[in-house]
Design a protein around this ligand. Structure first.
Ligand code: PHE
Length: 452
């Protein structure tokens, strides 16, 4: 355990505060927006099984490792890896792992903020009753209108980036911690209401069957890569977000136990989102593979037809906005911590620089949905390219590096000291982090490259 030092940015006030903040980081658009649509695109049940396997066998051990490295290093991911490499007598170039993460965070936030902006636009649509008594065609037209309008999207993207910068400027306890205390439980409660509605929608059995009945003939190497990449994305792993949160963790807290809570909550929210959405898809004869618009084309149907739907819709999109916000602050925090520690900037200035860069990228992402939609690289528009690069490649690569460093480079005695696990627990973790996690990531990469 390492209570000898503290990060210069302060610390979480308690274990509970850390769990909330890390859960806030993990639970976000990934669970409610992305998980359902990629499940829809990849055929359902079998994809969900691969994803759950990746969370348990790769995600959980890597999350333990990433929090541990952060807490031991007590600095931003780049400096943390630099000093841990020195401590372990390893190559100082391990710090590039931190750089990879920082660039990854920039690329992720560039599109994350745009999608979060959509959820804000939908707050207004709910409030003004635009879903009332609509059919699937009307709801799709609403979404298509938003996609076609750069102005609207840039407006909401800007509001969201400003909100993110506001929170991060206030620092660890005053900003990050405060914002998650009430939001997470409220989001959970609202999802349960939507699940209850979905149960009565007429498509319930079909929805459940789609989600949980695996048909492995429906998935290929790319689907497996997407499932694995999503395990990293949804748990916020592989880019230093959880590492930097770990650096604010008090020394006496059990890392393994907190990881189980975080990963458990994250998985439950994703599955609930799926259970809320797919029955609506089937009851309304919609396309499960509709892509990034899926939740925006399904849930409003429910809101438009339930009593008080405008209010539930409003609450839902407000909470989705908050879920996105508690994630986006963790995506930008490594860069802010780095700018403060290494470039001698005030937190405020650091937020402006990091936020400004992500904002500019976001504007280009907005255009990729309309005026630049024809510009493609490897058959992907800018949004799809950023998503693929980060979730499917950079995060698993970062995770692989974390696993190799924690499992093979760091002195086992140091890892044992940090984790304070009973001997069998430590051995189990060591086995997963040394063998299972790195080989799984590696095999999936080979598979995608067609080598295997
Ligand atoms: N886990 C977040 C989500 O599911 C996204 C995220 C990715 C956050 C990477 C931090 C780092 O929405």
């Amino acid at each position: 355990m390492s209570d000898k030092t503290q990060s210069i940015h302060g610390a979480w006030s308690s274990r509970f505060a850390f769990i909330l903040a890390a859960t806030g980081s993990a639970v976000g658009l990934g669970n409610i927006w992305k998980f359902p649509y990629i499940t829809g695109q990849n055929g359902g049940g079998a994809f969900v099984m691969v994803y759950l396997f990746c969370v348990a066998a790769i995600g959980v051990p890597i999350m333990i490792a990433e929090i541990m490295l952060g807490r031991r290093g007590r600095q931003n991911p780049i400096n943390t890896m630099q000093s841990l490499a020195v401590e372990a007598g390893a190559d100082p170039r391990w710090q590039y792992m931190g750089w990879l993460g920082m660039v990854g965070g920039f690329l992720i936030l560039g599109y994350y903020s745009v999608i979060a902006g959509w959820s804000m636009a939908y707050i207004v649509k709910s409030f003004t009753g635009q879903f009332f008594s609509s059919d699937a065609g009307d709801i799709k037209a609403l979404f298509d209108d938003l996609m076609a309008s750069p102005i609207q999207q840039i407006f909401w993207h800007t509001v969201f980036m400003l909100a993110t910068m506001q929170v991060v400027m206030r620092g660890v306890q005053g900003g990050l911690e405060k914002s998650v205390r009430f939001l997470m439980p409220a989001l959970f409660f609202l999802l349960l209401i939507l699940v209850a509605y979905a149960m009565s929608s007429g498509g319930y059995e079909q929805g459940i069957e789609f989600l949980f009945n695996p048909d492995f003939s429906k998935i290929d190497a790319d689907a497996v890569l997407t499932a694995m990449g999503h395990a990293f994305f949804t748990l916020s792993l592989g880019m230093g977000a959880i590492m930097v949160y770990g650096s604010y963790l008090p020394g006496h807290v059990s890392i393994a136990k907190t990881t189980f809570y975080i990963a458990g909550a994250d998985t439950i929210v994703a599955l609930l989102a799926g259970i809320a959405i797919f029955p609506l898809v089937f009851a309304n004869h919609l396309e499960a593979a509709a892509g990034p618009g899926l939740i925006f084309q399904t849930l409003p149907l429910a809101f438009g037809h339930m009593g008080g739907g405008w209010l539930f819709g409003l609450l839902f999109f407000v909470l989705l906005f908050f879920a996105a916000l508690t994630s986006s602050i963790s995506i930008i925090e490594p860069a802010v911590a780095w700018l403060v520690e290494n470039k001698d900037l005030q937190r405020r200035e650091a937020c402006l620089w990091a936020g400004g860069a992500c904002w500019a990228l976001g504007v280009a992402v907005v255009f990729s949905f309309n005026i630049w939609s024809e510009h493609k690289w490897f058959d992907k528009n800018l949004f799809e390219l950023l998503d693929y690069l980060t979730a499917n490649l950079m995060l698993p690569l970062g995770g692989l590096a974390i696993a190799v460093f924690a499992g093979w480079k760091m002195k086992p005695a140091h890892a044992e000291q940090e984790l304070e696990l009973p001997p069998q627990g430590f051995q189990a973790w060591q086995f997963l982090i040394r063998y299972v996690a790195p080989t799984s990531v590696f095999l999936v990469f080979l598979h995608v490259l067609g080598v295997l």
